[in-house]
Design a protein around this ligand. Structure first.
Ligand SMILES: C[S@@+](CC[C@H](N)C(=O)[O-])C[C@H]1O[C@@H](n2cnc3c(N)ncnc32)[C@H](O)[C@@H]1O
Length: 253
C-alpha cells in the first residue's frame, strides 16, 4: 500500500472536499444507526458525516497510520486501522460512504457487490472516485515512465486506470433497488507555481516518487512540471485551470 502524506494531501482541502460534500448531499438516508467512512484519511469528511447524523455511530476506516494520526478527537466517531480489501463490519450498517479512496483498491467487480452486501435494507452505499486517467495530469507521467531511464519499481508503482466503465458499476450493483450514477468535471482554479505537479504529489505521484532516489525524483518532477506547464498553461492572472472528472455512485439497497 502506498504511503500517504497528510500535509501534502491537505494542500488542496477545498477542492478535495467539495466532491465529498456533493456526494453527501445525494444520500437520502435520514436516521441511520451506523455510518462507515471507508478510506476516511484525516477524517475531515467523517466529521461532516457525524454533524449530519449526530445520533449515529460513525466509524472511520483507513489503512494509513500517517493519515489516522491527524483525525479529530470527536465523541461519537471511532477510528479503525484496516485495509478495505479485508475490512468487514461486525453488523449490517446503514450507510457506507467513501470519498476518493476506492480507486486505490483493485477488483471492483468483487468489491462493490461485497460492500453493498454489508448494508441494511433501504441503506445506502455512496462512493466518489476520481475518473480522469485519460487527462494530461495522468497521461504525461504515464508516458514519461515508459522510458527505461526510470527504475522499474517507479513504473510499477504508477496506478493505471483502476476505475471501470459506468455500465460495469450498474451491473455489479444489480442488487440495489435504486442506483444514481453520474460524472462531474470540476474546473478547478489552482494558484501558485506548478500547481498541477503539486496536486499529483499528493496522489498518483506519491508511490512513484517513493520508488525513486532523490536525483531521479528531482529530474522526473522537473520534466513533468515542464510538460504540465504546456498542457495547463497559466491564465493571464497566473491562475491554472485544472479540469478534474469524478464518478459518483449512490446505491440504495
Ligand atoms: C485520497 S485520500 C481520501 C481521504 C478522505 N476520504 C477524503 O476524502 O479526504 C485516500 C485515503 O484512502 C486510504 N486508502 C487507500 N487505499 C486503502 C486501502 N486499501 N485500505 C484502506 N484505506 C486505503 C488512504 O490511506 C487515504 O487516507
Amino acid at each position: 500500500m502506498q504511503s500517504w502524506n497528510a500535509v501534502q494531501y491537505g494542500k488542496f482541502t477545498e477542492q478535495r472536499m467539495r466532491p465529498g460534500l456533493d456526494l453527501l448531499g445525494r444520500i437520502p438516508t435520514t436516521d441511520p444507526e451506523v455510518v462507515v467512512d471507508l478510506g476516511c484519511g484525516t477524517g475531515s469528511l467523517t466529521q461532516v458525516l457525524h454533524e449530519r447524523w449526530p445520533q449515529a455511530r460513525v466509524v472511520g476506516i483507513d489503512a494509513s497510520t500517517e493519515m489516522l494520526s491527524s483525525v479529530p478527537n470527536t465523541p461519537g466517531i471511532t477510528w479503525h486501522q484496516a485495509e478495505i480489501e479485508r475490512w468487514q463490519p461486525d453488523e449490517p450498517v446503514d450507510v457506507i460512504y467513501s470519498n476518493a479512496a476506492l480507486h486505490w483498491v483493485d477488483d471492483h467487480g468483487r468489491l462493490f457487490p461485497r460492500l453493498l452486501g454489508y448494508i441494511k435494507l433501504s441503506g445506502c452505499l455512496a462512493v466518489q472516485m476520481p475518473d480522469n486517467w485519460d487527462q494530461p495530469s495522468h497521461t504525461i507521467p504515464e508516458r514519461l515512465l515508459e522510458s527505461p531511464v526510470w527504475p522499474d519499481a517507479a513504473r510499477a508503482a504508477f496506478r493505471r486506470h483502476p476505475v471501470a466503465a459506468i455500465t460495469d458499476y450498474r451491473r455489479w450493483l444489480g442488487e440495489a433497488t435504486s442506483l444514481d450514477l453520474w460524472r462531474t468535471t470540476y474546473v478547478q482554479t489552482l494558484t501558485g507555481v506548478d500547481p498541477v505537479l503539486e496536486w499529483v504529489r499528493g496522489s498518483v505521484l506519491g508511490p512513484v516518487a517513493s520508488a525513486m532516489n532523490e536525483a531521479e525524483r528531482s529530474s522526473f518532477e522537473a520534466t513533468l512540471a515542464e510538460q504540465y506547464r504546456v498542457a495547463y498553461p497559466p491564465e493571464e492572472d497566473g491562475a491554472t485551470l485544472f479540469p478534474f472528472s469524478r464518478l459518483f455512485i449512490v446505491a440504495i439497497k
